[in-house]
Ligand binder design. Structure first.
Ligand code: NAD
Length: 473
């Protein structure tokens, strides 16, 4: 049982001024496993005030000083990596192998990349006699979702700190453990008081308060479109910068010459292994009509071999959904797929046999899906694949783009030139060809209703910078 009674504010652990206690259950068992104190608006005020005070000196540090600071953070991060993996498994239900192999390393990349960016970035540039300076924007309010509880808080924090901004982090209330460890890492690394502050709490209270706060210069938000809209509205009167990383309904186009094993690997890695709880999950699979049954005959045995279960067990390849609410949402979509006439190929409603206690869902594949069906239009955030048949590659591209989202896409095809030509025509921020290895330091973000702005690496850092021109003198 975890007990967390404090927030991290102004360089110290403190009881909230305005506390409420939240009880959390493990996704894998449904059993109570933590009590975490949440803050209120008064705590946001205190955290922002601390961050504003710290900004005065921290924003004037040299890139070399910030590199030294982030190098100390990296050392402490490495020392806590197993604790972080255990926390992610407990709070999110991610299989331990995935927590160790993807969640924790993806956060590490963010720290290492921020250091590398600082080594070469020119904060001052002369254009003739005009001096152009990039300066830290101000206090950064960081609001993060539950599905990547290490990557998101670490990535945003590193970009902000590299730029010289100070931070108030509000992680998702369902996954506070890894964010608490992050605060411990910052404390152990000697991050100066007020430079990093953690306020756990509800989106409607802490997130809303950060969004409207006059002391916050930028809100970097990752989560749902509904909450992003609220953030943008709340932020508008103070004209603060808002960047948002939102959901997706990412297409995976199998070209006529696709290697079907490669296509199935992509689906397993980016959809099923994460229980579908990934903003960029390839949840729409576009297959040449002539190869549909062949594809299903390769896919289905692999899907039926997924080991759903206890995320701590070595052989588990898919953990539970995060919550009962999320489980009910996913069931609702599966029911809707059946009602709308999609062909259930494997999986379906209910829990896998023997896994009634946790929030486990069946890995599910629908074929004969039309792009107009709800399961092809809305983000399900569960292990549900919609397979859509197409007749020509042009039609596949049209279907891929026929969505309000534009986060990511996947293309599988042996002719690389043809695959790249297709990638260039899909209106999304990130395309992966032939199950390419993910680059966690490349710019990340969406087109259309998948967000605005970019994060991670160089592009992530520049979101936290203002531009100043100095002439004369
Ligand atoms: P959510 O929008 O419910 O919550 C995200 C964060 O916003 C949480 O910290 C929450 O407390 C806070 N929040 C909620 N209401 C708010 C309000 N009115 N004002 C300010 N903050 C508020 O999303 P979620 O369920 O935690 O995450 C799932 C969503 O996040 C999915 O849509 C997923 O696609 C998206 N996501 C996107 C990316 C990306 O990089 N594009 C990455 C991960 C998740």
């Amino acid at each position: 049982m975890r007990e967390h009674n404090e927030l991290y504010l102004d360089g110290a652990w403190r009881a909230p001024l305005d506390p409420t206690v939240m009880e959390l259950a493990a996704p894998a068992t449904g059993n109570l496993n933590a009590r975490v104190v949440l803050g209120g608006e008064a705590d946001v005020d205190a955290a922002v005030a601390a961050a504003e005070r710290a900004f005065v000196s921290y924003s004037q540090t040299t890139p070399q000083e910030r590199i030294a600071l982030l190098e100390r953070v990296l050392v402490e991060y490495d020392a806590r990596s197993e604790d972080l993996a255990q926390a992610v498994t407990e709070e999110l239900g991610a299989p331990l192998a995935l927590a160790r192999g993807a969640h924790v390393p993806s956060g590490r990349v963010q720290i290492a990349t921020a250091i590398e960016v600082l080594k070469s970035y020119e904060f001052t540039e002369m254009r003739g006699e005009t001096c152009i300076r990039k300066e830290a924007l101000g206090v950064a309010g960081l609001i993060t979702p539950w599905n990547f509880p290490v990557l998101q808080p670490v990535g945003k924090t590193m970009s902000a700190l590299a730029a010289g901004c100070t931070v108030v982090l509000k992680p998702a209330q369902l996954t506070p453990y890894s964010a608490i460890i992050l605060a411990e890492i910052m404390e152990a690394a000697g991050v100066p008081a007020g430079v990093f502050n953690l306020v756990n709490g509800r989106g409607s209270v802490i997130g809303a308060s950060l969004s409207s706060h006059p002391g916050v210069g930028i809100v970097s938000f990752t989560g749902s479109l509904a909450a992003a809209t609220q953030v943008a509205i709340a932020a508008a009167p103070t004209v603060k910068r808002v960047t948002s990383e939102l959901g997706g309904k990412s297409p995976h186009i199998l070209l006529p010459d696709a290697d079907l094993d490669v296509a199935v690997d992509t689906a397993m890695t980016w959809l099923m292994a994460v229980t579908g709880q990934l903003c960029s999950a390839p949840s729409r699979t576009l297959v040449p009509r002539a190869r549909l049954e062949e594809f299903l005959s390769v896919l289905v045995p692999v899907v039926e071999n997924i080991v759903v279960g206890d995320p701590r067990a070595e052989d588990t390849t898919m953990g539970p959904l995060i919550s009962a609410e999320q489980w009910n949402t996913v069931q609702g979509y599966i029911r809707q797929g059946l009602d709308e006439g999609a062909r259930l190929v494997t999986g379906g409603l209910g829990k896998p046999a023997g896994l009634e206690a946790g929030h486990f869902a069946k890995p599910t594949v629908f074929a004969d899906v039309e792009n107009s069906m709800t399961i092809a239009r809305e983000e399900i955030f569960g292990p549900v694949m919609s397979v859509i048949a197409y007749d020509t590659v042009d039609e596949a591209i049209e279907i891929a783009n026929d969505t309000p989202f534009g986060l990511a896409a996947y293309v599988t095809g042996e002719d690389l030139q043809a695959a790249r030509a297709v990638a260039e025509q899909i209106r999304v921020g990130y395309v992966m060809i032939n199950d390419a290895e993910f680059d966690w330091s490349a710019p990340w973000g969406g087109y259309k209703q998948s967000g605005n702005g970019r994060e991670f690496g160089l592009d992530g850092m520049t979101e936290y910078l203002e531009t100043k021109v100095i002439r004369g003198g």
